[in-house]
Design a protein around this ligand. Sequence first.
Ligand SMILES: Cc1cc2nc3c(=O)[nH]c(=O)nc-3n(C[C@H](O)[C@H](O)[C@H](O)COP(=O)(O)OP(=O)(O)OC[C@H]3O[C@@H](n4cnc5c(N)ncnc54)[C@H](O)[C@@H]3O)c2cc1C
Length: 394
Amino acid sequence: MNHDLPRYNVIIAGGGPAGSTAGYLLSKAGLRVLIIDKSTFPRKKLCGGLITYKTVKLLQRVFGETPESLKEKDIINHESCCYEIFSRKTLIAQRTVKFPFMFVDRKRYDHYFLEKAQNAGAGLIEGDGVISLDVLKSMVTTMSGRKFAADIIIGADGVNSRIRRSFPVDLFGRDDWTGNLAAALEIFPARETIKKRIDHPVLYFGFIDWGYAWIFPNRERLKIGICALKKRNKKKILAAFRNFLSAMDFPDAQEEKISSYVLPYGSFLPSPIFRNIMLLGDAAGLADPLFGEGIFYAQRSAELASQAILEVMKNKRDIGKSQDVSANIYLKLLQKQIYPELVHAEKFRRVTFTYLNKFHYYPMKIMMSILGNKLGETVHGIRSYNWMKKLPEV
Ligand SMILES: Cc1cc2nc3c(=O)[nH]c(=O)nc-3n(C[C@H](O)[C@H](O)[C@H](O)COP(=O)(O)OP(=O)(O)OC[C@H]3O[C@@H](n4cnc5c(N)ncnc54)[C@H](O)[C@@H]3O)c2cc1C
């Protein structure tokens, strides 16, 4: 062990929602934490910015923030209880749910929670990403050549995680990983450039295989996007997006610059740990396989990883000697709290994209009239994708 290196209890690569949540909880509990992010905040993040009831509850539980307090700070900038689902241009369902869908600008959202982690005591290095991980020395090196060691290393560095790719063995089956990524494209036209007034989230099926298009409202802008499983669409996604925009009759939207990124879409890793290293959020592929919702899973996995680390501490075990124990506890918590829902969502997706697609999603109209508000409540985390049974409150 090199004793000259700056040493921490926990190093977190990535200061997005996963990294900041873990950084906040662990620093608040008194651990020496360092967050390293390759970007400088506030930074852009391609995202629809939709957060659901389960995320709102998490923000309250973890940070003590309510929708009202977040609206006051302009973190939540729009909300709607209504949503619509279309099969191409045919309306399939229009519903109103009890709890609103909320919309955030990721630049503000991510910066706000990262500052919370700093205020709780976490150290932060920005603009200098992790370039390599030495598993045996439990040490990371940054792009500028700085080296830091820690008892526990957290990879919260997003879908292209350097920490995940530095693991010495292929623990996950990389084909499964890349095969289940989606490509996502988005534009952000100002509201006044679009003739139609859109104040609620709208989902469109039928423009792309194994994916969907969306229009999400923010206060000043719309977020219009498409995402689809890469392996099922080869190079068709950009053409499908242009086709969607022209079908929507958004002439000005065609002029907007299209941004693209990848998102985990059913690629959650069965065991995102190795020795004293834990992967969170997108780095572990933790996003909903049907709608691609990942902010909740990023913050929830951070909550569970922090719970595991603090449980080891509470039992008076020396954190430096029992790092692997906390990674195993984290895995067990994921298996109990997150994976069952992702597995059921994946099954639901298979039905949606295999069978409903064959009939141009028209059976969805019948399904939605039988389900009533249950699909909306499932997305909110009030019900499970497992036959839409009610879930216990967390
Ligand atoms: C087009 C699109 C739309 C989406 N819409 C929604 C939505 O509406 N609602 C929703 O819930 N989810 C949505 N998602 C998914 C959501 O954005 C992610 O699941 C979420 O951001 C995951 O959070 P994270 O903290 O795991 O990773 P990220 O938010 O990606 O944060 C990772 C951080 O790690 C940093 N980093 C990267 N590499 C390194 C490195 N080598 N060293 C150090 N730092 C590094 C990055 O700079 C970044 O700050 C969308 C995704 C896309 C692509």
